[in-house]
Design a protein around this ligand. Structure first.
Ligand code: ATP
Ligand code: MG
Length: 503
C-alpha cells in the first residue's frame, strides 16, 4: 500500500440549519481507489468539496501530501495536486475541448492565445487515456461520458495526484463504465489516489480497494473492500438492515387506462404502441439511446409528435404541450433533474407547489398558503426528503434529495398515469426502496405507473411487465416474473429487427 496522501481529521462543516459534517475522518493513500459511501445527504460531496477548496471547513485538520493546509481554495488545492470531477459536470458547453481543458490557464502568445499548442497538448492527454475525441470539438455536442473523459484528461494535464470522482457512472452506459474502470485502473497503477463516490454498489467490486462509510455527516468506518460483505456495507450506510431491496406488491390487474398507438416523433420514437393497465407497473428497459426518454417526452408533449394516437379510458386525447398532459392526469418525472426537473434557484417550497398552483390557488388566483404548506409537508414526510427548511434553494439539496423533490411535486395531484424516467439514478439504497414503495402505493391506488430504467435488476424486481426498446422501436414485451436479464439484453440489442423491416 502506498503512502498517505490525504489525511483529514476532525472536520466540521455546517450550513444554515444543517450540520453537514461532524468530526469526520478521511484518509487516502497513493495507488488506491477509495470508495466513499453513504446515503443521500451523508456529506460525501461536502467532504470532497472541502478537500478541493470549494467549501471552507469550520474546523479540523487537512493534510495533502504531508503538508498541512490551514486555508484552502480551489486554486491552492489544484496546485497541491487535487482534481475533482463534480457530481454535476460543469463544463463550458460553447467552448471546445481544448479551451475547456485550459480554462483559466490558457497558453498565451504575445497578442493571441496559442490555440494550436493547447490543442496539441490536449490531444496528448486524451491519447494517454486512449480516448478518441478531437480537441476542437465543441463540448456541448459531446455525450456526458466523453465530457467526463475530458475532465479526467484535464486532471492529468495539471498533474493531479489525487482524483476525486463524484458519481462518475450515474449517466454512463455499461460499456462506457467499463471504459472508465479501465482508465481508473491505469491511473491507480500510476500511483494516483482516487476517491470514488457511487450509489451503484454492484460496480464497487470492479474498482474499489478500500471503503470509507459515512452516515448523517458522521464517519462510521473504513477498511479493505474485501473484508466487508455487501450487507455489512449497506448496514453501515443506512444504520439498519434492508431486508428487501425490491419490495414487490401483488395487485389484481384492472382495466386498460392508457394507450399509445403508432407514436412517431423524431428518429428515436418509431411506431411505438403499448397500453398501461390499472394496478400494474410497467418497466421500460433498453440501452441508453434506445429512445425511451424520447418516448416519454413525446407523450408528455415536450417534443412534437409526427403521428400517433394517445388514449385515456378509451378516448383519444390531444397533448400538444406539457400542460395538456398534466391536465389530463399524465405526469412525468424527467431524467435530468437539474435541467428539466427543478428550478434550482427557487426554494423547495416553490418547486413543490409550482406545478400544483391550480390546486393551491383560490378562485381569485391567490395562493392559499395553508394548503401550500400542507402539500409541501406531506411530500417531504412521504418521501423523507432531508432538508433544513423548505425555504432553502433546491440546489442546496444533496443529489438524491433533489431527485425526491422532482418526484414529490407530482404526488399532490390525482394523476392517472405517472411516468418516471430513471427515478433512482443517484439515489442511495435506502431511498431507492422508498421510491419503489411509492411506486407500489401508486399501483395499489390503481394509477398506471410507467418507469424507464437502465438498471436491469430494478426493472426485473419492481415491474410487473417489461417493455424493451432498441433504436427507437419496441422490440419485445416480457413478464417480469418469468424472464431473466439476458432475455432483456437480447431484445435491447436486437438492432436487426429494424433493418429486417426496412428491407
Ligand atoms: N451549499 C449548501 N447549502 C446548504 N446546505 C447544503 C449545501 N451543500 C450541502 N448541503 C447539505 O449538507 C448535507 C450533505 O450534503 P452532500 O451534498 O454532501 O451529501 P452527499 O452525501 O453528497 O449526498 P448525495 O449522495 O445525495 O449526493 C445535506 O443535508 C445537504 O442538504
Ligand atoms: Mg453528493
Amino acid at each position: 500500500m502506498g503512502e498517505v496522501i490525504v489525511s483529514m481529521n476532525h472536520i466540521n462543516k455546517s450550513f444554515p440549519g444543517v450540520k453537514a459534517l461532524n468530526d469526520v475522518h478521511f484518509e487516502l493513500r497513493s495507488g488506491e481507489v477509495m470508495a466513499l459511501l453513504g446515503e443521500n445527504g451523508a456529506g460525501k460531496s461536502t467532504l470532497m468539496k472541502i478537500l478541493s477548496g470549494v467549501y471552507t471547513r469550520d474546523s479540523g485538520e487537512l493534510k495533502i501530501l504531508g503538508k498541512e493546509y490551514k486555508e484552502l481554495n480551489p486554486k491552492l488545492a489544484r496546485e497541491a495536486g487535487v482534481a475533482i470531477i463534480h457530481q454535476e459536470l460543469n463544463m463550458c458547453r460553447h467552448l471546445t475541448v481544448a479551451e475547456n481543458m485550459f480554462l483559466g490557464r490558457e497558453l498565451h502568445g504575445l497578442v493571441t492565445l496559442k490555440d494550436s499548442e493547447m490543442e496539441k497538448e490536449a490531444k496528448k492527454y486524451l491519447d494517454e487515456l486512449g480516448v478518441d475525441i478531437s480537441p476542437r470539438h465543441m463540448v456541448g455536442d459531446l455525450p456526458v461520458s466523453k465530457q467526463q473523459m475530458i475532465e479526467i484528461a484535464k486532471a492529468l494535464s495539471v498533474n493531479a495526484k489525487i482524483l476525486v470522482m463524484d458519481e462518475p457512472t450515474s449517466a454512463l452506459t455499461s460499456r462506457e463504465c467499463e471504459e472508465l474502470f479501465r482508465i481508473i485502473h491505469k491511473l491507480r497503477d500510476q500511483g494516483k489516489g482516487i476517491v470514488y463516490i457511487s450509489h451503484r454498489l454492484e460496480e464497487l467490486s470492479h474498482v474499489t480497494d478500500r471503503v470509507t462509510i459515512m452516515r448523517d455527516g458522521n464517519y462510521i468506518t473504513e477498511g479493505n473492500f474485501k473484508d466487508f460483505t455487501m450487507d455489512e456495507i449497506i448496514q453501515n450506510m443506512v444504520g439498519r438492515e434492508i431486508k428487501e431491496k425490491f419490495p414487490r406488491v401483488e395487485c389484481q390487474r384492472g382495466k386498460k387506462v392508457f394507450e399509445v398507438e403508432h407514436l412517431n416523433a423524431g428518429r428515436l420514437v418509431r411506431d411505438v404502441s403499448f397500453s398501461l393497465y390499472e394496478g400494474e407497473i410497467v418497466g421500460f428497459a433498453g440501452l441508453m439511446g434506445a429512445g425511451r426518454t424520447e418516448t416519454t417526452r413525446a407523450i408528455f408533449g415536450i417534443d412534437p409528435k409526427e403521428s400517433g394516437v394517445i388514449k385515456l379510458d378509451g378516448k383519444e386525447i390531444e397533448i400538444k404541450k406539457p400542460m395538456d398532459s398534466i391536465k389530463a392526469g399524465i405526469v412525468l418525472a424527467p431524467e435530468d433533474r437539474k435541467k428539466d426537473g427543478l428550478c434550482t434557484k427557487l426554494s423547495i417550497r416553490h418547486n413543490l407547489s409550482l406545478p400544483n398552483l391550480d390546486i393551491i390557488c383560490n378562485k381569485l388566483g391567490f395562493v392559499n398558503s395553508k394548503e401550500e404548506e400542507r402539500i409541501c409537508q406531506k411530500e417531504i414526510e412521504d418521501l423523507k426528503i432531508k432538508l433544513a427548511s423548505v425555504e432553502t434553494n433546491a440546489d442546496a439539496l444533496s443529489g438524491g434529495n433533489q431527485q425526491k423533490v422532482v418526484i414529490g411535486k407530482w404526488l399532490a395531484r390525482n394523476s392517472r398515469v405517472v411516468i418516471f424516467d430513471e427515478p433512482t439514478r443517484g439515489i442511495d439504497v435506502g431511498a431507492k426502496v422508498e421510491i419503489y414503495n411509492l411506486m407500489n402505493d401508486l399501483k395499489k391506488q390503481g394509477i398506471c405507473v410507467m418507469f424507464v430504467s437502465s438498471e436491469m435488476p430494478e426493472v426485473l424486481g419492481i415491474a410487473d411487465r417489461i417493455i424493451v426498446m432498441c433504436d427507437g422501436r419496441i422490440t419485445g414485451e416480457l413478464d417480469a416474473k418469468e424472464t431473466k436479464q439476458n432475455e432483456i439484453l437480447k431484445l435491447a440489442t436486437s438492432f436487426e429487427k429494424k433493418i429486417d423491416e426496412a428491407i
